[in-house]
Design a protein around this ligand. Structure first.
Ligand SMILES: C[S@@+](CC[C@H](N)C(=O)[O-])C[C@H]1O[C@@H](n2cnc3c(N)ncnc32)[C@H](O)[C@@H]1O
Length: 424
């Protein structure tokens, strides 16, 4: 058992009996953290006692993507800054890492010129965060946490004017995501790389926009919307366009979720070339019978100007959602994948591949970057690679520039592919 201080309180770190099932130094399952839980200023919220299964899905997306990010963006030759503006205490009571530790460990692993900036409005969380990040603060990887997201965002934009910046915004609800504040990020100089990942909580949106139910009539929804925190929701959504959607009697539960999220994405796409929503969903282990597609716990809104970033996030998101999506197929006689999660048919994706090289020959990675943004979260990169092989070697619809081929019958990333045969 170890003891670390947290402000004027003590955090007790309990080492569970080491068993044969704990693998590797990355596993923190052996450490339980006994924060003082509660809602007082020095406490840690109950939320952090144990990481929920859907938060694990979210954190897998954040961690896997940050790892890719830190491998790629150094090529831009700029300092790298990662901002986690709703950081939490850094570690959950069950010993698992929160986003700040996930980010700092990825940075240590990548060992490049990067730093991060954290904020949390709760004094108790900041105190715990300071403790949990102490080695990174000492090493100069990050500074002491800021007191609120607004200050952190402003500071990041000021100090990182020439930097490559990734913003992670993970509030409890949506109230703190005021569009005008978030917009500061979107409006960063276009020449600099800026990416955002925002946790948009549709369930909170529903509550704040009137707590309407899916069985409510259109007039009932309209009445509830009127009584809701309409101005707050308008300021989060960056307009009142959402009201038309929630009051539309034609839309069912799932369609309404999709329509609200897509409309919000349209706002994000005014600033970013690419904007996508990744639904955070987990497999229902205890469910019997055919699984039912449900509302997402939340959506991670991803904004970027880089098609390469889209390509990485595509695979990261599909890997994280894989257990959820597999439940509609695994052990079932038919494929019950819900319509909205069905990938585009392979023949359609193949046509898009051929179309991508119609103007000029492209190398394989360029093809992925042309096609994946059109079909985000449909197929993984390795599936496109297989399609390119089929188009080249079986279907004669792609033609390889033989000069770059190293092994007969095998493509590599340097080979250009064309829709027309090459002249020799
Ligand atoms: C969902 S939790 C973040 C969890 C964290 N990303 C993780 O993975 O461990 C949201 C956090 O935002 C903090 N928070 C709420 N309002 C805030 C604000 N205006 N500025 C900064 N932090 C805020 C809360 O205290 C809470 O710790």
């Amino acid at each position: 058992m170890g003891r670390i201080s947290c402000g004027n309180r003590a955090l007790v770190v309990v080492a569970a009996p080491a068993g044969p099932y704990i693998y590797g130094p990355q596993s923190l399952r052996e450490t339980l953290v006994n924060y003082q839980y509660g809602s007082g200023p020095a406490d840690v919220d109950e939320f952090f006692r144990e990481k929920k299964s859907w938060s694990k899905v979210k954190d897998k997306i954040v961690g896997d993507y940050i790892n890719c990010y830190l491998k790629t963006v150094p090529k831009l030759g700029r300092p790298i800054l990662i901002v986690d503006a709703f950081a939490g205490p850094g570690r959950f009571g069950d010993g698992t890492d929160g986003s700040p530790l996930i980010i700092c460990k990825a940075m240590r692993h990548a060992a490049n010129r990067s730093s991060c900036l954290f904020a949390d409005v709760s004094a108790g969380h900041r105190a715990a965060l300071e403790e949990n990040l102490s080695e990174y603060i000492e090493a100069g990887v990050c500074d002491h946490p800021y007191e609120d997201c607004e200050r952190a965002l402003t500071r990041a934009i000021e100090m990182g004017s020439g930097s490559t910046i990734f913003f992670y915004l993970d509030p409890y609800g949506i109230r703190d995501l005021e569009f005008d504040i978030v917009k500061q990020i979107y409006e960063r100089e276009i020449k600099r790389s800026t990416e955002v990942l925002i946790n948009f909580n549709f369930r909170t949106f529903m509550r704040m926009s009137g707590n309407w139910g899916f069985g409510d009539s259109a007039s009932e929804v309209a009445r509830k919307v009127k009584k809701s925190k309409i101005e707050t929701v308008n300021s989060v959504m960056g307009g009142d366009y959402w009201q038309r959607i929630v009051c539309d009697p034609q839309l069912g539960k799932i369609e309404r979720e999709d329509a609200v999220v897509n409309a919000y994405l349209e706002r994000v796409r005014e600033y970013f070339k690419y904007g996508y929503a990744i639904p955070v969903k987990e497999r229902q282990e205890d469910e019997v019978g055919i699984p039912v597609d449900e509302l997402a716990h939340y959506h991670l809104i991803f904004g970027t100007r880089s098609s390469r970033a889209v390509m990485y996030m595509n695979d990261v998101a599909l890997n994280a959602l894989d257990p959820y999506l597999r439940q509609f197929k695994d052990g079932l006689l038919f494929d019950f994948t819900p319509q909205r999660h069905l990938p585009v048919r392979r023949d359609v994706a193949k046509n898009a591949i051929v179309e991508s090289v119609s103007e000029r020959p492209l190398k394989r990675p360029e093809i992925y970057e042309a096609v994946i943004p059109r079909f985000f979260m449909h197929h993984k990169k390795k599936d496109y690679r297989a399609m390119v092989d089929e188009l080249t070697f079986s279907e004669n619809r792609l033609f390889a520039d033989e000069r770059a081929i190293k092994r007969r019958g095998q493509l590599n990333d340097e080979v250009r592919l064309s829709a027309k045969p090459w002249r020799v």
